[in-house]
Structure formats: structure tokens, C-alpha cells
Ligand binder design. Sequence first.
Ligand SMILES: [Zn+2]
Length: 627
Amino acid sequence: MTTTDYPIAPTSFRSVTLTDGFWLPRLETNRTITIPAVLRNCQDFGRVDNFRKAAERLAGRRAGPYVGKMPFEDTDVYKAVEGASFSLALRSDPDLDAQLDSLIQLIAAAQESDGYLYTGRTIDPAHPVPFAGSWRWSNLVMSHEVYNCGHLYEAACAHYLATGKSTLLEVAKRNAALIRRVFGPEGRHDMDGHPIVEMGLARLYRVTGDRGYLEQAQFFLEQRGRHDSRPLYMFAENPGYCQDHVPVREQGSAVGHAVRAMYMYCGMADVAALLPEPTYADAIRDIWRDAVGSKLYLTGGVGARHKGEAFGEAFELPNDTAYAETCASIGSVMWNHRLFLLTGESMYYDVLEQTLYNALLSGVSLSGDEYFYVNPLESDGDFAFNQGSAGRQPWFDVSCCPTNLSRFFPSLPGYVYAEAGDDVYVNLFAASDAELASLRIRQETDYPWNGSVRLRIGTSESKRKRLLIRIPGWAREQLLGAELYRFEPPAAPEPSLRVNGAAADVSMQNGYAAISRDWKDGDVVELDLPMPVRTVVCDSRVAVNRGRVAFQRGPVVYCVEERDAQGQLASLRLEAGGDTARRLVPRWEPGLLGGTMVIGGPGFTAIPYYAWANRGPGPMRVWLPRV
Ligand SMILES: [Zn+2]
């Protein structure tokens, strides 16, 4: 049997061992601080108890009420299990392993006999959680009843792959069997308002080989926008909120709730690659062009509006009221990864990288236990943009973002390389040791602070391979795949590449420097990406950024906090003209914010955007006005 899949294969996160000074400490903080913190919060805030209560109820005993305002509290536990499983895959931890076993036992006990799993109804079916609807599947637009299943499937696959135990996978399969009985050509013709089950089903298909899961994913996608067969989930103030306004293959712009959108596009990519369904690939490429052309923040964040947590109109990109939810950034990284795997085009990785180093990373504090749900590009220090706070918070009533971060970070090493036949893609730069299918690669670099990257090839025998090294858009005067943002002159010096000390025979292809040769053990590739401080200007159709500039160095976007502008941030004005960059000097500060590269300027010091609000909340700006 031939199996259809993405034409490019990602590398397992287990085959790349980070050794770097930037990501490795963050992954360690995630392992030692964030994962234990989210597990503890799931206990302390009743998420775990909800499963216990549902189990009590099913055992015929009285149980206390569901705790939580929302119908998707179960997913925090699922995401915590997923993150902890990934972490176990990287490093054995018997205590954590045992903790997951007992959590999974509880989850299994909360599952009804036909596979249904949704504690917000099972605990008290006569009085279900708000938004759940009076009976099963009766308010799918808001109940998250099938959304919860999607996160369950992802957690179950992660736990199975990490530990070899099928305890949670069996729970997921029982649940998915119910879903397939209820929804389908012979059953109900509708779907959850919040996508993710499509991605979860695709993952179940990968783990089990049962193609029915994949067909179910496509079935759910095909129900969207089908006004001939069902009432659509449309709201007068935002018709595209649920991406249900037109059939998915006819969608060409990024609209609606940003996290729902990202997860749906990921599901479409999976079905496009695995089924395959080429029209889905065309649609998500159109949507991507729309998003990067007019709806993407410089930080990579998506979602301009608090209301509806949604995309705005084209060029509607407010800085102070930006939403840019952390989950949307994680979703965007997953979506751009899939688009790369479908096409081999580096522009998707340009957006992925910029999102990773900025809008995604800002979502967690350097300490690992305080979070941004919302990631604005400007703060006056008072506006409580972050779910009631102007600073970071240790948990939220809706805690999707902290648990999402906990599961994202362990997967990061899997984004560094990819392979397709004789092609080996080098997509991200981080000191690491990789055991790829065809070669071993040791990366030595201080990226993102320094653009020198050394790749040491290891191989037991001479191998003909084409190495495709991504030359980031920021090093080629192309920022984020579109014209929305552009660097001001002067241009940075050209990147250079050498193989074993000599200028390499390189051709450029889709943003990659391609080097075909017989690779031998000990071959060394040296890449130099010059990293001057650049000033960035924005398309003038984004009204709030007119007359303003932002700073970027490598993939890192900078910001200025009040404390670093002598209390004069509101009145800070840069000189007129295009030579601002000349007066900006990068400087390594080992004692600041865990060690970081700052940019010194006249009257201020700029810090990386991701590190803001780690010294308390306060005014901050990414876009600075010019005289
Ligand atoms: Zn979130």
C-alpha cells in the first residue's frame, strides 16, 4: 500500500538534541517550572476534580458541581498531559510518569460507557456547564464538545508515542468511535464551532493507520459553509467568526476567531497532504497570502481584535489593543510548518521563525510561570489588556495559553530540520546535535544573537545529498513574505556560505541555498548571516504605524519599556530621516533578563520584545514615532 503524506517529512523532535544557550534553557524552564505549574494549577483550580466528579457520578455516587465557567476546562488537563508526555519522551522521569498514569486513570473513569467524554455534562446532565446545550451535541457552535475530543486525541497520541502505553489512546479510540457513529454521511451533518478535532483525527490516523479517522476529519471540514444542509454558525457582527461562512475550499482570506482559524487551516493542511485533497492546499495558500499581506503583526502575532478574539479588516493592526493571542501564535507556527511541508517554500518558515522568537515567546515569562494571553505591541501600563491585568498572570479563567505553551516547547527541536528523499532542509538555527535519517549534523551557533552558523556533517560513508539551507527573509531584504513590512536602507551585507573553507557552489531555490555534493564525514559548512540593527517601516495603510519605525536584529523584534527610556517613553521621538539605524548599537547584557542583546539608542535602550514585562508591567512600545 502506498501511503500519501506530506512531500517533506519533519524530523522527530527526539532526533534533535538542543545544546544552545537560547532555546535549551527555555525548554528546561518549561520542563522544570511550566509543566509542573500547569499540572498543579489543573489540580488547584478544579480541572482535575471535574474528572473525579464525573467518575463519581458514573459510579452512582453524589458528586460536587463542575468547577469552571467554560465548557473546555477538560482540555487544560489534556494539554498538560500532552506537554508532560513530550517532556517524558525527551527525559525519563518516573514521578511524572506515575502522575500521568493516575491522571489518565481518572480521565478513563470519567468516560461514559458509549465513549462520551465531557465532564461539563456528565457531572450533572440536568444542569450542564454554560454553553454546553441542554443535551448532547445540541449547541456545537459554542459547546466545544468535539473540540475537547480533539485535544484528547492529541494528548493520547503523545502519551502513547512517549511511553508506549495505550491507556489514554484506548480512551481516545472509544471516544472517536462514538464521534464516527454520531457524525457522518449517515449521521449528523454538522461539526464543532471550534476546530482542532480535525488535527487530532489526523494524528489518530498516523498512530493507528485507520483511514476512517482521516475521512472523519475531512467530513467535519466539508460541513463548513454548507448552508444547503445545515444552519450556519454565523453572527451578525462577525459572520466569519467560526470560519463557517462559505465552504472551506472557497475560503481565501483569514477571518474570524484567530485560534479557530489557525487550527482549521492546520486540519485542512493535514487532510490536503494525507488524503490527499489538493483543493484544500490551494485554499490555505490563498488565505496565507491574505494574512501576511495585511493582517500579520511584525511580531508574527495574529488577531487584531479583543472582541471575538478575531482577525480584523485588512490593515487593521492596532498596537495597544492588539489581541495576538499566544495560542494563535502557536497555531500559526503549526500552520506555517505544515505549509512548508506541503510546498518546500521558505517564506512559510520566515513567518514561523518571526512568530517563534517574538509573539509566541512573549507568551511566557522568563521565570516560566507567568503568561500573556494577549500580546500587544504597545502598552500604556494601565490598560488591562491581559484578561484583567496590564502585566503577566500565573493562570487565567480560560487557561488555554499556558497549557498550550507547555505542550509546544518540547516539540520545538522537531522544527529545526526536515527531509525529502535526498534533500535535507536546515530550517532553524540553534546549536544542536541531530541524528537525521541520512546524515548527522552538529550545529554550532549563538543564534539569534549572532548570524554565524557552522554545520558539521557526520556520516559513516560518503553520501550524495542536497543540503538546503534556509537563508532567512530578513537576511535577503524580504520581511515576512509580503510588502506589509519593509526594512529601510542601507541593506545588510549579503549572506555568505563556505564549504570546508572554500566558497561554495550554491544555487538559490525557494529561499534556500542549495548545495549538492558527496558529503563526507567531517565536512563543514559555514554560513554567515550579517545581523545589523535594521529599522522597519510599515505599509502606510496601517494608520497607527505612519511616521513610526520598529527595530529588528536577525529574527528578533525589539521594544522600548518606560524604565529604559528614563521615564520619557511617551515623548520619545527618533530623528527624522532614514539613518536612524546608524545610531543604534547592539550590546550584550549578561546580567539583564537572563542575558540578552539590547540595542542602545539616543535616550533609550531597546530590549527584545519577547522579554518585555519581566520587570513588572509598565508602558512599552514596539513602533516608535519619528520627528
Ligand atoms: Zn489561548
